[in-house]
Design a protein around this ligand. Structure first.
Ligand SMILES: Nc1ncnc2c1ncn2[C@@H]1O[C@H](COP(=O)(O)OP(=O)(O)O)[C@@H](O)[C@H]1O
Ligand SMILES: CC(C)(COP(=O)(O)O)[C@@H](O)C(=O)NCCC(=O)O
Ligand SMILES: [K+]
Length: 275
């Protein structure tokens, strides 16, 4: 095979995955089944989206001057990569629909039994992504804007789950809905549980509150499915794992952190569809 044939073969295998969350856009660049790079960007406005698509159409993958739409380092890859999207945010999804090689993943594409029609596609994809690697039954804890728990049984049937405000949303809502509580940035480490300052008291309430709730859900899940894998993902996943390491070390040892879980799900669906 000539060099150029090898090159074009490689290029043809390039594709992008975009998961549109309520806080951010999550991007991955794949070659075939291999995930080469993952990065995150803020939501984009329509001008920024159009600029990016225009660049892709011209064969420039990452538009210069656009804030963080591309991977750090801005790798050069083939023009017009297929873009596989999973979205739980309709107004952000609309930006990408004019792109020629746009593929939207919906619940109908996901081979999961017992789905209900309004289940978030991110939750369904995370579940099949986790099961592909660890098998059924599986429980996914996704600490995103909302924190979700989503579990499926040994047959790959959705058992159900729960949705609560995530770390950032809880911190933000306290600031917004009270007169005296200051904005608190997401702490890098666990705060003291018995806090003596207002910011630490807020951080403690949110982190230990979410953490103990999640722990209770996991304990209940293991009563039902003692052999189930538990996978933790999402922007707040590290904090959740830190909580478990301190408060429930045995549980933490058995939980698996997969920050890029959604992309395992997207890759699986793409493979199914591409035959
Ligand atoms: N760099 C970051 N940017 C935004 N949120 C972050 C970041 N690091 C951690 N977080 C936390 O992660 C949560 C958002 O998770 P993420 O999985 O990005 O959400 P979504 O998928 O809903 O957009 C928020 O609670 C936030 O506090
Ligand atoms: C629960 C979610 C908001 C989580 O999204 P995220 O916070 O991670 O952006 C999303 O999965 C969603 O909109 N779900 C629809 C309702 C459901 O899953 O039952
Ligand atoms: K999510």
């Amino acid at each position: 095979m000539s060099n150029s044939a090898t090159e074009s073969g490689r290029d043809a295998r390039n594709w992008l995955a975009l998961s549109i969350g309520n806080s951010r856009l999550h991007w991955a660049w794949f070659q075939g089944e291999v995930c080469k790079q993952v990065w995150h960007s803020p939501h984009l406005d329509s001008a920024a989206g159009e600029k990016l698509i225009h660049g892709w159409n011209r064969g420039e993958l990452w538009c210069a001057g656009l804030e963080s739409p591309g991977p750090p380092g801005g790798e050069a890859i083939a023009p017009n990569p297929p873009l596989w999207i999973a979205s739980v945010v309709p107004h952000q999804l609309a930006l990408w629909q004019s792109y020629g090689r746009f593929y939207l993943i919906t619940l109908e594409d996901v081979p999961l039994l017992g789905l209900y029609p309004t289940l978030g596609i991110d939750r369904a994809l995370a579940l099949v992504g986790a099961a592909r690697q660890w098998g059924w039954p599986v429980l996914v804890v996704d600490a995103g804007t909302a924190l979700t728990l989503t579990g499926a049984d040994p047959e790959g049937r959705l058992v159900g789950g729960a949705i609560l405000p995530g770390f950032g949303l809880q911190l933000q809502s306290l600031t917004e809905k009270t007169a005296a509580l200051p904005p608190v940035t997401f702490p890098a480490t666990l705060p003291p549980r018995w806090a003596l300052t207002t910011p630490e008291a807020i951080a403690s309430g949110v982190i230990y509150g979410i953490g103990s709730g999640v722990r209770d859900f996991i304990e209940d899940w293991w009563q039902r499915f003692p052999t189930s894998t538990v996978v933790i993902t999402g922007g707040g996943g590290e904090m959740l794992l830190r909580y478990l390491q301190e408060s429930a070390p045995e549980m933490a040892k058995q939980a698996i952190a997969m920050p890029d879980l959604i992309f395992a799900g997207i890759c699986y669906i793409k493979q199914q569809q591409s035959g």
